[in-house]
Every structure is written in C-alpha cells, then in structure tokens.
Design a protein around this ligand. Structure first.
Ligand code: FAD
Ligand code: SF4
Length: 506
C-alpha cells in the first residue's frame, strides 16, 4: 500500500544537472553524480509521492507508458527500499530501463494524476525512479544474464540492432530460439549508438547491455548489410534458407531534405545525421568528425529531438553562435487544456538541457534562401516570419510569410533536422517483395507479419520515426508473434498491438 499523503510531504524534484560550464567541456551525461546514498534517498522520497491510483493512467499504453511499466508497484517498492524487487518488477516489462530512463520523454508523467493540478507539486518523477532502479540493479548485481532453460532448435534472424531489434532478440533468445542480429554498421545499437549523443546517454550503458545479450546467447554480426552486395553482406536467399523467421527492425532512417530552398546545394548545408553520426564516432575513438561546428555560426532548422541533439553537439564542438529555427509558433510552457487535456500528451514548449547551455531559438520563421560566398560555401540565411496553415480538403501544409521583412543572419554550418521520411529504399525490401506505404513504412497484419510469410517488422520501420519506448514495446510484441509463429503458442508478453497509437484529441 502506497503512502496516500506522500505527495503532500514533498514536491517533485528532477535530477540535478552538472553546471553548464563544466558539462559543455566534455561529452559525458549532463546529470550530476550525487553519490549512491544521496541519490537513493532523493529517489525514495520521489517514489513516496506516488498515490497508487485506482486507475493508474501512467501505465496505460494509450495515455501513459507503451510498455505498460508497472509504475505504482515499483514506486512503492522503492519507497520501502526494496530495490531488488523493484528491479524485478521493472525488468518484467522493460528490457532496457536505463535507455528509457535516460531518453524517454515520459508520457507516463504527463498522464500522472498529480499532473492534473499544479498545486499537487507536479507529477511523480517516474523516469528518474526508473533510471535509478536500473542503475541500482546494475550496481548491486541484480541484473544478470538470463539464460534460456530450453532450446527450440528454431533459428531467427533480426535485421537491425536498434532498440527494437535488441528487445526482440533478447525476448526470443530467452524463449530458447537461436537468434542472430545482423547489423550493417560497424557497431551495434542503431540510433542509440550513432544518432543520440553521448551527453544524453553514455554508450558504456549500451555496451553493458550488449554484453548481457551476448552472455544469454544472442549472436551478433556487424558490417553486414542484409540484401546488400558489399563485403560482409548476406543475401536475401541465404537469409530465407538459414532462418525459420526474420524480424525487420531496420529503422526509418531516410532523412527529410529541403531541396526547394535556394542554396541547399552550398557547402556547409547538411542533413542533421551527417553531423551527429561522425560526432558520435569521434566519441567512440574514430578520430575527428569531418563536419564540426567549431568557430562556426550554426543554424539548425527543425525544433525536435534531432535538432536539440545537433544543438548540444554544436555547443560542445565550440560553435561561435547557435540559432535553432522552427516554422511553428512557440507552444505554451504548460498544458493548454483546450488543446491537449489531461491525460493526453501535451503540446508544450520542449526545452532540452542543450538550450540552457548557449545559443538561441526563433519560432514562426522559415529560411527563404541560403546565400554563399564565391567558393560556394554557405555564409548567410535569409529568414522570413511565417504562419503555417493546412488545406482543410487535402491536408497539405502551406507556409506563408507574414510581411516583407527579410532578416539576413550569418551561417557557416546549416543543419537540417526536419524529420525522417521512413525506411530507406534498400535491396532487402525488393528481395523480400515488400513495398513501402505512402508514409514510407512497412505494414503488417495483426500478427506483426508482413506480406512476406515468416517476415515480421517492428520499431521505426513499422511505426515511422518514433521513440525508444515504442521501439522496445514493438520489439517485445513482435517477439511474442514470432514465438507463436514458430511454436504454435507463446508465453512471451505482447505490450502493444500493431495499430496502437497514443491517445489524442480530435
Ligand atoms: C538524433 C535522434 C535523437 C533521438 N532522440 C531520442 C530520444 O531522446 N528519446 C527517444 O525516445 N527517442 C529518440 N529518438 C528516436 C529513437 O532513436 C528511435 O525511435 C529508435 O532508435 C528506433 O529504433 P529502431 O530499432 O526501430 O531503429 P534504429 O535505432 O534506427 O535502428 C535500425 C538499425 O537497422 C540497421 N539496418 C538498416 N538496414 C539494414 C540492413 N539492410 N541490414 C542490416 N542492418 C540494417 C541500421 O544500420 C540501424 O542500426 C531519436 C532519434 C534521432 C534520429
Ligand atoms: S518507459 Fe517512458 S513512459 Fe514508460 S515508465 Fe519509463 S519514462 Fe515513463
């Protein structure tokens, strides 16, 4: 039984960050190391604020956690200091709680009953509790490899080693199948490795999980493009003959470009991933990144996660200035009940730690032109204030300048962080006879199976560019489906249906 008045005794407290001056001098995570005793005491107080509501919206997959994390249960265990049991309950629904604890935008917290009224002191700091349970579990040795008790003799190929592929692989290995993860990159982890910067999640945590998966029996092959023809590639024919089932977890990595903006082809104008991947490689020890923000006036176009990651990376690379642009007006800083009533995910201004470090943001503006020097390198952006509309009939977006004023601003490095258009077009899809939906994704039936028998899909490849928590949830669900396909039934959990969507208004 939780403490029903816990929230009256303490207000929400987020994890302390390192001072800006300190953290921008390295690539380590932005959060301060409080030491285990103080950290655990603070987090126990935060967990005590959970009221164990009759209907806990936080762990409902539509409004709250897509994984169905048993949040009130582990909050109460943490309150009582029962960390081992809390770790067991957390891992019952989440393969990689240290990934979500570091990266998840926490829809559970905006669905927390304590987020309805600000006088309550704010929602329970669920993500912080989750992160700490995962940390304590590693520190005290509660997290260990779980080796399968049976061997089914069935072989499963997972294509892609992002969070969706890794979750599917771990579940299927633990169910007794022989699982091989094929990854085209030289290192494992997908966007966890080469998209998300070190200051958001240190890769040693990813490597520690990969060691656990290996110890459980999952096999990994890197530098292996499935369906490709280069060195290390595996053909579709070999994939089909060597494995009884295939899971496609190939992500949605086709970056959206803006070829219509004059000057897009100037040197110094890049897609965001062209900046983030080499910066992450540099942190892995691969040498200096070819695209660096050092001493440059950096303009980031796009206001989401990817833009914020370019922002923090540019700060650490020593940019002369940073400006992030968004076509939409700034959202309100707190929930607007008319637009996004509780418990739906609120449309609010998202401010990331990187935004506290340097630079500036401008809203309701669009670049009209990139202008360059005689050598063909970008030097300026021409900016207009705009409104964004939508055609009520076709849904097409229109961006209209509000006046004739053109702001000319310096720009030596422009990063386009305007989203992803879906799965890359690759020979693997042709080889399997699969085509993309108009959204650029791979569709599947209720059993997660594509139109190619025995070939399943999960994660961003199925959902479109999304979140780590959804990737893990889909990976777990596809594992259930593959296990049932191979064995006729499955005891593996299946937290989400392929058609599951977050609760929305309108
Ligand atoms: C810059 C950035 C920052 C983000 N930050 C956050 C965040 O803070 N919080 C959050 O929740 N989400 C974040 N996301 C989203 C999150 O990273 C993704 O939703 C998640 O990684 C999707 O997982 P996935 O396993 O489906 O695909 P991915 O992580 O994209 O992995 C797909 C893998 O498949 C491999 N692959 C593709 N084709 C082949 C082939 N033919 N053969 C072999 N391998 C292949 C790719 O190399 C890649 O490694 C961010 C995304 C980006 C781009
Ligand atoms: S995974 Fe995300 S939504 Fe689920 S409990 Fe953790 S922070 Fe909340």
């Amino acid at each position: 039984m939780a403490d029903p008045s816990g929230f009256l005794k303490a207000v929400r407290a987020d994890a302390a960050k390192r001072p800006v001056d300190e953290r921008i001098g390295d690539w380590a995570e932005v959060y301060a190391d409080l030491g285990a005793d103080l950290r655990d005491a603070q987090v126990r107080e935060q967990a005590t604020r959970c009221m164990d509501c009759g209907i806990p919206f936080c762990h409902n997959d539509a409004a709250g956690c897509p994984l169905g994390n048993l949040i009130p249960e582990w909050n109460d265990l943490v309150r009582k200091g029962e960390w081992s049991l809390a770790a067991e309950r957390l891992h019952a629904t989440n393969n990689f709680p240290e990934f979500t604890g570091a990266l998840c935008p926490a829809p559970c917290e905006s669905a927390c009953v304590l987020s309805i009224n600000p006088l309550s002191g704010g929602p329970v700091a669920i993500k912080r509790v989750e992160q700490t349970i995962a940390q304590v579990s590693w520190e005290r040795g509660y997290t260990q490899p779980v080796t399968p008790g049976v061997a089914t003799g069935r072989r499963v190929a997972v294509v892609g080693s992002g969070p969706a592929g890794l979750a599917a692989a771990q579940q299927l290995t633990r169910a007794g199948h022989e699982v091989t993860v094929h990854e085209r990159d030289d290192r494992l982890g997908g966007l966890l490795r080469y998209g998300i910067p070190e200051f958001k999640m240190e890769k040693k945590g990813l490597d520690r999980r990969l060691a656990q998966l290996r110890a459980e029996g999952t096999r990994f092959v890197t530098g292996c493009e499935v369906g490709g023809t280069g060195p290390g590639a595996v053909s579709v024919a070999d994939l089909r003959s060597d494995f009884d089932a295939v899971v496609l977890a190939v992500g949605a990595l086709r970056g959206r470009d803006a070829p219509e903006i004059p000057g897009r082809d100037l040197d110094g104008v890049h897609l965001a991933m062209d900046h983030l991947v080499p910066a992450n490689r540099q942190c892995e020890g691969d040498g200096p990144a070819p695209i660096s923000a050092k001493d440059k006036h950096v303009v980031i176009i796009g206001g989401g996660d990817t833009g914020a990651d370019c922002y923090g990376t540019a700060v650490r690379q020593g940019a002369a200035s940073i400006l992030q642009l968004d076509q939409y007006p700034a959202a309100p800083v707190s929930r607007d009940d008319a637009r996004s009533p509780w418990p739906v995910w609120p449309t609010i201004l998202r401010t990331y730690p990187a935004h506290e470090e340097a630079g500036d943001r401008r809203f309701a503006v669009a670049v009209e032109e990139f202008a360059g020097d005689a050598a063909g390198h970008v030097r300026e952006i021409h900016l207009r204030e705009v409104t964004v509309g939508r055609d009520p009939e076709t849904g097409a977006r229109s961006v209209t300048p509000v006046n004739d004023v053109v702001d000319v601003l310096p720009a030596d490095l422009v990063l386009l962080a305007i989203g992803f258009e879906g799965v890359e077009r690759m020979p693997l899809l042709d080889g399997l006879g699969l085509s993309l939906t108009p959204r650029g994704t791979l569709s599947c039936g209720a059993d997660w199976q594509t139109t190619s028998p025995g070939v399943f899909v999960c994660g961003d490849a199925h959902r479109g560019a999304s979140l780590v928590v959804w990737a893990i949830a889909e990976g777990r669900s596809v594992a259930h489906a593959v296990d049932a396909f191979l064995m006729g039934h499955s005891h593996l959990p299946s937290p989400v249906h392929p058609t599951a969507l977050p609760l929305a208004v309108g």
